[in-house]
Design a protein around this ligand. Structure first.
Ligand code: SF4
Ligand code: SF4
Length: 324
């Protein structure tokens, strides 16, 4: 019954995305602003400079990105839920950071697409490519069933922070919970500013993305300093942007509450030794159980679990033909 409900919600999200896209595409294009004065009208030998536009990414490459996103999400679920391997999770993190982060320069980005989707909802003349709409919904649909697989190394913003965690401290519960509310305030503010009239509109999430200037090896100095600040803090406080500011993390958090599957720290029965709680840098283990809405799919707790290690050793012994 629950699966049916989740399936219906997921299908509803995808159906809504397609219908909305079709509706927006059907509207005739109207130029929203006055054209600038022409070269002749200005006179005095003025020459309009050449407009430099980056060519749009080819359609099939956009579809390829979407397919790669779907495959990475499937890999994240498989690695964390079935394979239960920290090492493979790290490999996925590095691969996704290399492709979605440095090669694709922070695009494709469901985090920033919140603003596009919100604007498309209130402004029928604002059209977004179906690939962007689907990339927004896909991680949310996966979260409805399996938890935050997107945060487990697929998201470039999360991946770059994941790799710098060094000596994480435990943030006191109350402070952690209070700081966690910031992301909802940021989500509300970002949507409000994104749907304002054109001249007052701003895409805050993209403008203040702390890591995109690293991915593009270009950007404002102040944003690079902010990004570097997040990474330095992230060495001691696990993934600060993810836990306290990411607006998409807030949406994933909600979707994950419906999920039936997610990280279960031991492969079979619990030992309740507490080693996993110390290993989790994100404060996502309460009473020695992973809290699905906060779990960032890093698989560190498996690596610290004696029962998981025993199970892994058993598998490797049986793979080489049993104990000698
Ligand atoms: S919380 Fe946000 S930034 Fe962090 S991994 Fe998840 S979606 Fe990406
Ligand atoms: S419970 Fe913590 S350590 Fe385990 S996978 Fe989730 S975030 Fe990582």
């Amino acid at each position: 019954m629950r699966c049916l409900l989740l399936g219906m919600i997921a299908l509803g999200m995808l159906f809504f995305a397609c219908v909305w896209e079709a509706r927006a595409q059907a509207l005739p294009y109207e130029r929203p602003v006055e054209t600038a004065p022409s070269q002749d009208a200005i006179g005095g030998g003025y020459a309009v400079p050449d407009v430099q536009k980056p060519p749009p990414r080819r359609q099939w490459l956009q579809v390829l990105d979407l397919i790669l996103l779907a495959l990475a999400l499937a890999a994240s679920v498989w690695i964390v839920i079935s394979k239960r391997s920290r090492r493979w999770a790290q490999a996925l993190t590095v691969a996704c950071l290399a492709y979605f982060g440095f090669y694709r320069e922070g695009c494709i980005c469901p985090v920033g697409s919140i603003q596009n989707v919100a604007l498309a909802l209130v402004e029928p003349r604002y059209s977004i490519p179906i690939v962007v709409t689907l990339s927004f919904f896909l991680p949310l649909v996966v979260a409805l069933f399996y938890g935050r697989a997107f945060c487990g190394g697929v998201c470039a913003l999360g991946a770059i922070q994941e790799l710098v965690v060094w000596k994480p401290v435990t943030v006191p519960r109350r402070l952690d919970a209070a700081l966690g509310l910031l992301k909802y305030a940021y989500l509300g503010l970002a949507i409000w500013v994104a749907v304002r009239p054109a001249l007052a509109r701003e895409f805050l999430i993209c403008r203040f993305d702390p890591f995109v200037s690293f991915f593009r090896l270009d950007g404002f100095l102040h944003m690079m300093l902010i990004g570097a600040g997040f990474l330095v803090v992230g060495m001691f406080v696990g993934r600060p942007y993810c836990r306290y500011l990411c607006p998409y993390g807030g949406l994933l958090n909600w979707c994950t509450r419906l999920a039936r599957r997610g990280v279960t720290i031991t492969p079979d029965k619990e030992l309740d030794c507490g080693l996993c709680t110390e290993a989790c840098p994100y404060g996502a283990i309460e009473k020695m159980r992973a809290v699905r809405r906060d779990c960032l799919y890093c698989a560190r707790c498996y690596a610290s679990c004696p029962r998981q290690q025993a199970a892994t050793e058993l598998v490797s012994i049986s793979n080489v033909g049993g104990p000698r």
